[in-house]
Design a protein around this ligand. Structure first.
Ligand code: TMP
Length: 235
């Protein structure tokens, strides 16, 4: 697969075209940001670890009925993906209170929720990714009602699958963020699933194995990602 032009560079990844117009290469960087880019840094080998974790989880979700943009892992930092039109929303599920839920609603971190919370945020850095609901999405023409229903159904299913996947690895899935895209008229899962986009706590100890170590200066940042990679890939 020939890598051609850089077409997009985000905070954590770069997208390149290939000789196939339907396929792109997603390259994972070591750059880390938090607070919508206010805090910046790098985490040594994060790109390698997040590519490994994302490929493994997308493969598992694909085998369990979730269509994804993964074609195959190409190299340690590169994933061959289907070229989608990204739906401009970030879809979040929360199983336990953490992060902005605690800040915005005065909930204690770690509080068990009576049911999972599904949230949508507008994917637009210049407006600080504001929380939005299905009416905003429909009214602003960001996605259709059918697309929102499909995205919501996939997201709840992914939550169940990922909770099971991580439970076996003695990791609790606290919350996570997904992005979806349109590919040949269908909604498919895109972007990444990694410790950058999930909160993952070790069962029993509550040790944070995710980007909160970077966000909150908890130290041993790389080790958290490494531990997740080790458990997810068995290596
Ligand atoms: P939050 O508590 O900061 O709203 O984050 C909820 C989850 O979504 C958490 O696992 C981190 C993830 N997330 C992203 O991946 N990207 C983002 O831009 C935001 C705001 C959250």
């Amino acid at each position: 697969m020939e890598k051609r032009d850089k077409i997009y560079e985000g905070k954590a990844k770069i997208l390149y075209t290939t000789d196939n117009p339907d396929l792109l290469i997603q390259y994972f960087k070591d750059d880390a940001t938090a607070g919508n880019g206010k805090k910046k840094g790098t985490i040594d080998e994060k790109g390698i670890m997040n590519n490994g974790i994302t490929c493994k989880i997308f493969e598992y979700l694909g085998q369990n009925g979730i269509p994804t943009h993964l074609v195959k892992m190409l190299s340690e930092r590169e994933m061959l993906i289907k070229k989608v039109e990204i739906v401009k929303i970030e879809v979040i599920i929360r199983n336990r209170a953490a992060g902005s839920l605690c800040r915005n609603y005065g909930v204690e971190e770690g509080k068990t929720l009576l049911c999972p919370i599904l949230e949508f945020c507008y994917k637009e850095d210049k407006y600080n990714d504001p929380l939005m609901n299905a009416y905003h999405i429909k009214a602003l023409g960001i996605a259709t009602e059918q697309e929102i229903e499909k995205i919501s159904a996939y997201t709840f299913k992914i939550n169940e699958l990922m909770q099971k996947f991580f439970a076996v690895l003695k990791i609790e899935l606290i919350d996570f963020k997904l992005e979806f895209g349109r590919y040949k008229g269908e909604i498919i899962l895109a972007d990444e699933i990694s410790p950058d986009t999930c909160r993952l706590w070790e069962v029993g100890t509550g040790v944070r194995l995710d980007k909160d170590r970077f966000r909150n200066d908890l130290g041993n940042i790389k080790e958290g990602y490494q531990e997740v990679l080790k458990r997810v890939t068995g290596k």
